[in-house]
Design a protein around this ligand. Structure first.
Ligand SMILES: Cc1cc2nc3c(=O)[nH]c(=O)nc-3n(C[C@H](O)[C@H](O)[C@H](O)COP(=O)(O)OP(=O)(O)OC[C@H]3O[C@@H](n4cnc5c(N)ncnc54)[C@H](O)[C@@H]3O)c2cc1C
Length: 426
């Protein structure tokens, strides 16, 4: 392989990449590049293979669970690849480059009567490519399923330096807005956390943007199981648009339950969830509001880390107990603020235990310790990791055949193991 020059690519000075939100940031990259095209990404990967240097794709840098391992790596910031390529209104399919902010993309779609119905948080500062890399989104919008369900096709630069199209429509050059029909390589890049390829373009199905009724109620941890039971009974009714519960320690007070319903279903939801008199009742459209980079300002003063999992609807009884145990552990370690989040969706419930410390090195270490302990405590429940694999490596026991197959594929997709080594479950 001849040396692939990258000197002409647009870069910023080494070390100037802003740290991730993690107090213990991901280290200093040797080079920070902002490719403007898929071909430039390909050249960077080939250069990294030649140099045996690791490559870290970087999106909005909103992750607070420290999976941007930048030390000694070439950071590939995809944010210059931020165009909306097409919005096909007739077929409700859009294509956009991987570096576009979710809030920017959602606003462009709303201007045409569509939206991204799931609502990855981080105030919309995360990038489209990382919705694939993390295979999220939970939070408000969990009732619309993961973003992956809407993906029609991807363009990815693998760790081998190949540019691969995935999804039947893209592979065959069809205008049909579907992914299925030929063997689909797309799933290999979902939740892979950038281990197998750098996502450069995403085609996805659109949802119509519609107003919803919004209700907020105060409920205690002790009531959570009963309320979730009622949500379970309503989950396939079509009336629910989203449900989110947040509870914060050291406050002994009730947590906040936010429910969005379709306008037609609002009365049913209100009656069947037996919410009492909601504290607020109004209309919402689900649009992201506020200036870019809001997550950075919001989290500037504190350091947050956490463990998030998906659990089945048959396995909910332990959530409040696990929250109380986490609070006790957190109190023991001097954690000033801890938050439990519960985001139900039709097929699973997303549960998070988040620890907030002052932004110091000790705070980061303490939070990391609490996360490891929490992951170990949850492991017997057979949780499905949400967003980050590395944290779960030591406590989960995946099917050995699955693991061996994935390792074989990794050897093909990234023969020199240059892409995000050490990040992810495999
Ligand atoms: C306070 C807060 C709350 C949040 N809550 C939620 C929530 O409830 N639900 C939800 O869905 N999300 C939530 N998020 C967002 C989510 O957790 C991540 O922050 C987001 O998915 C990461 O996007 P990013 O663009 O910032 O990626 P980065 O932080 O820049 O990168 C994340 C990972 O993806 C890889 N990656 C990035 N771009 C690419 C690419 N193009 N190709 C391949 N790999 C890539 C990186 O190498 C890294 O491993 C929250 C974020 C914050 C800050």
């Amino acid at each position: 392989m001849s040396l692939v020059p990258v000197d002409d690519l647009h870069g910023i000075a080494r070390g100037e990449l802003p740290s991730s939100l993690s107090a213990a940031d991901g280290g200093t990259p040797v080079l920070v590049l902002l490719p403007a095209s898929t071909d430039e990404v390909r050249r960077i990967v080939l250069h990294a293979r030649k140099k045996r240097t690791s490559v870290v794709p970087v999106g909005g840098r909103t992750t607070y669970f420290d999976n941007l391992a930048l030390e000694g790596a070439i950071a590939v910031d995809v944010s210059a690849m931020d165009a909306v390529v097409s919005i096909d209104e007739a077929n409700a399919v859009a294509t956009a480059r991987a570096g576009i902010r979710i809030a920017t993309l959602d606003a462009a779609l709303r201007g045409r009567g569509f939206c991204i119905p799931m609502r990855p948080d981080g105030y919309g500062d995360e990038r489209l490519g990382s919705l694939v890399a993390h295979d999220t989104a939970a939070g408000l919008g969990a009732f619309h399923g993961p973003f992956a369900d809407r993906i029609v096709g991807l363009e990815v630069v693998t760790g081998a330096g190949d540019v691969v199209q995935t999804g039947a429509a893209r592979v065959l050059g069809s205008s049909a807005g579907i992914r299925q029909g030929v063997p689909d390589l797309g799933a290999l890049f979902l939740a892979a956390e950038g281990r197998f390829g750098i996502v450069t373009e995403v085609a996805f199905q659109l949802a119509p943007s519609r107003p919803r009724a919004r209700m907020r109620s105060a409920i205690g941890l002790g009531e959570l199981e009963a309320v979730l039971g009622r949500v379970r009974d309503l989950r396939f009714s079509g009336a629910l648009d989203s449900v989110a519960f947040e509870h914060e320690y050291p406050s002994e007070e009730a947590g906040s339950l936010l429910v969005h319903a379709t306008p037609e279903g609002a009365a049913i939801v209100r009656a069947q969830l037996d919410l009492g008199e909601p504290t607020t009742l109004g209309k919402a459209d689900g649009a992201f509001r506020g200036p870019p980079d809001r997550h950075r300002a919001a989290l500037h003063a504190t350091f947050m880390d956490g463990v998030d999992v998906h659990v089945g609807w048959d396995d909910l009884s332990w959530i409040a107990g696990a929250a109380r145990q986490s609070y006790a552990r957190a109190m023991d370690r001097g954690c000033p603020v801890m938050r439990t989040t519960v985001y139900p969706g039709p097929h699973a419930v997303n549960v998070g235990f988040h620890f907030h410390f002052p932004r110091t090195g000790e705070g980061a270490a303490a939070a990391r310790g609490l996360c490891s302990e929490t992951a170990s405590a949850l492991a017997p429940r057979r949780p499905i990791p949400y967003r980050t694999g590395r944290r779960w490596r030591s406590v989960l026991a995946p099917d050995p055949a699955w693991l061996a197959t994935l390792r074989g594929l990794a050897a093909v997709l990234d023969p020199d193991a240059v892409l995000n080594p050490g990040v992810g479950l495999v």
